[in-house]
Design a protein around this ligand. Structure first.
Ligand code: HEC
Ligand code: HEC
Ligand code: HEC
Ligand code: HEC
Ligand code: HEC
Ligand code: HEC
Ligand code: HEC
Ligand code: HEC
Ligand code: HEC
Length: 360
């Protein structure tokens, strides 16, 4: 197979000039390059590794020097012949930092097989001699990510602005899983640290870094620094790129499926059982107040009516207030936690308290 592909990929004159021994060696190098998917399946034309004519955007110093024989067997530019070594060895012969780079905990398979999966060795119409514009380069092989990107109703601008995929990934290798340039938590907060960010729905987004700095009681997964426990980093089809359903409204008719994000980690029974003496501490005696609030006909509250999901100042991630109406006014919850229960005052209702256990 690879021999056939090789014959089609070089000019006839050149193929004739090559000795059989060198021919076999180059076939080996060729075979290495063709990791799946093929260049054609990535939308790349035949001959994409040849020197570009016209005005390339970037060029390789050794090629510019005209010394074809640094990499090919001949110095003659008309007949440079096959390579002197398999391609990756060839590149690493000069790029001496790469052998140790590729030994980091996570190396990118196409960089291990052949540098020419992404770089033209001579020059190119893109910076760094890349075969394509970065986004296309990555999604040419990562078709699933491309499909997700095209169909996301809640896209993540991080993928389509600035350095695109390289905002978060290293193309060669990384100490961090998934070739990330930083630990995911630090990565997310490296952008989500401004007050000016606006979501896909046109609403202003919280400055998450400042919020976490100012609210010391962090939710379990945040304590584990795991933003992707709940969010899809590449965008998705749920509100706020969430991994599961979560209502975007303040009031919503109770349906367990609407909260499957929370219920992947918390037991749904604790919210749908009217009477209990153990499933939740938000109960008055045996009357489950989660049930009461969530399942109120016509005006069921969503979790956000009472809880912060990332971090809070108060215990149990109870929020201090909820924005009410479009004017930005905040309705205070005035929640007080006690050793046996708690109370809310002058809030959605008159002061009310609950006791989940008897005073000692
Ligand atoms: C830094 C190393 C390097 C230098 C210098 C270099 N080449 Fe190449 N060249 C390569 C590699 C790698 C390939 C890809 C071979 C393959 O397909 O495996 C290649 C392939 C080619 C091809 C065939 C492209 C194809 O479609 O398969 C031509 C033509 C070519 N080089 C011409 C030249 C000429 C002319 C020079 C000197 C002016 C030159 N090269 C200098 C590394 C180099
Ligand atoms: C003969 C030595 C030599 C070989 C072999 C070599 N390179 Fe280079 N490469 C260089 C030099 C010199 C530079 C310029 C260094 C600089 O700008 O700091 C360079 C720069 C680059 C750059 C950066 C270009 C830019 O615009 O910043 C890339 C990408 C690159 N090489 C890829 C490759 C690949 C892929 C191969 C194998 C096909 C390869 N190199 C083989 C010497 C080499
Ligand atoms: C999966 C695609 C891909 C493969 C495979 C790949 N590179 Fe790169 N390389 C890139 C991208 C993308 C950049 C640009 C990085 C940037 O702009 O931050 C780059 C940049 C570079 C640079 C410029 C300096 C730097 O580190 O940013 C060099 C040198 C380089 N690559 C060499 C290599 C060598 C040598 C190999 C093979 C061992 C290789 N590349 C394999 C995608 C790739
Ligand atoms: C020539 C094909 C090819 C190109 C181009 C390519 N990749 Fe990959 N990538 C692979 C293969 C093969 C794997 C390993 C199998 C898999 O996870 O799909 C991989 C794996 C990955 C992984 C997962 C690594 C892990 O440790 O789990 C990430 C992240 C990734 N690539 C990002 C990128 C980015 C960003 C780019 C663009 C700079 C890119 N890829 C370009 C083929 C490619
Ligand atoms: C905002 C940061 C960010 C950007 C931008 C980004 N990624 Fe990722 N990517 C991640 C994180 C975080 C993970 C790890 C997800 C996990 O562990 O569940 C990941 C995982 C991956 C994986 C391996 C797992 C999987 O989902 O298949 C691939 C492949 C990948 N990314 C490719 C890409 C490509 C291609 C692009 C550009 C179109 C891109 N990424 C842009 C953050 C990002
Ligand atoms: C390179 C910068 C950058 C990085 C890194 C980044 N984001 Fe974003 N994020 C943005 C921008 C810009 C927006 C707002 C614009 C948009 O996407 O519509 C955004 C929006 C969001 C939104 C709201 C989406 C909506 O429209 O409802 C969430 C949630 C989010 N990011 C989570 C994350 C998580 C989790 C990570 C880490 C895996 C992360 N971001 C990493 C830049 C970034
Ligand atoms: C336990 C699940 C969970 C984890 C973990 C999580 N989030 Fe969220 N995130 C949510 C939910 C739910 C929302 C929607 C909140 C709402 O609208 O009430 C959200 C909303 C957001 C928003 C939009 C905020 C706004 O103003 O509307 C951003 C940005 C965001 N998250 C970033 C992050 C970052 C960064 C991390 C990691 C530090 C993270 N999230 C971890 C569940 C989570
Ligand atoms: C990835 C798993 C995960 C998801 C998803 C998740 N949580 Fe949690 N949650 C935890 C962990 C772990 C704790 C800490 C439990 C502990 O400290 O005993 C916790 C604690 C809590 C607490 C405080 C309990 C206490 O005793 O301090 C509340 C309130 C809470 N979560 C609400 C939510 C809401 C609302 C959602 C949905 C938006 C949600 N959680 C989604 C894992 C999760
Ligand atoms: C009307 C306000 C309110 C609503 C709405 C609400 N909670 Fe709570 N929740 C509380 C209070 C108050 C506590 C603290 C109970 C205690 O420890 O005394 C609590 C405690 C919790 C706990 C800790 C374990 C327990 O039950 O004692 C979790 C987990 C939790 N809530 C998750 C959720 C989820 C998930 C939702 C949405 C499906 C939700 N809550 C909706 C007020 C509310």
């Amino acid at each position: 197979m690879s021999a056939i592909r090789y014959i089609f990929s070089v000019s006839l004159a050149w193929a004739v000039a090559i000795s059989t021994v060198l021919f076999a060696q180059t076939v080996q190098a060729q075979a290495d390059i063709r990791v799946s998917p093929t260049f054609a399946a990535r939308g790349l034309p035949a001959g994409v590794l040849a020197p570009m004519t016209g005005k390339p955007v970037s060029a390789h110093a050794p090629f510019e020097a005209g010394e074809c024989n640094l990499c090919h067997v001949n110095k003659d530019p008309k007949q440079p012949g096959p390579l002197i070594k398999p391609v990756t060895q060839l590149c690493m012969g000069c790029h001496e930092e790469f052998p140790s780079k590729l030994k980091l905990a996570h190396a990118h398979p196409p960089a291990q097989t052949a540098c020419t999966n992404c770089h033209n060795p001579h020059n190119a119409n893109y910076p760094k001699m890349l075969l394509q514009e970065t986004g296309q380069l990555c999604t040419g092989c990562h078709k699933k990510i491309a499909e997700g990107l095209a169909s996301a109703s809640v896209p993540h601008k991080a993928l389509t602005s600035g350095a695109k995929c390289l905002n978060c990934h290293n193309p060669h290798a990384s100490e961090v899983e998934s070739l990330l340039v930083q630990l995911p938590f630090d990565l997310c907060l490296s952008c989500h640290n401004v007050d000016t960010m606006v979501g896909a729905d046109g609403k202003k987004l919280q400055n998450m870094k400042a919020w976490l700095d100012n609210n010391p009681d962090w939710h379990g997964p945040i304590k584990h620094k795991d933003c992707v426990a709940c969010h899809q980093p590449h965008g998705g089809n749920q509100f706020r790129m969430l991994d599961g359903n979560y209502p975007k409204e303040f009031y919503a008719h109770y349906d367990p499926a609407a909260y499957d994000l929370c219920f992947t980690c918390h037991k749904e029974k604790a919210f749908s059982t009217a009477q209990t003496n153990k499933l939740t501490r938000f109960r008055n005696g045996e009357k489950n107040l989660h049930f009461v609030h969530l399942q109120q006909p016509g005006r069921g509250r969503t979790c956000r009516a009472c809880h912060e999901v990332h971090a809070s100042k108060q215990a149990k991630h109870i929020r201090e207030g909820v924005p009410y109406g479009s004017g930005g006014w905040v309705l205070k919850l005035n929640y007080q936690k006690t050793s046996t229960g708690g109370s809310c005052a002058k809030t959605c209702h008159q002061e009310r308290s609950y006791e989940h256990s008897k005073a000692p």
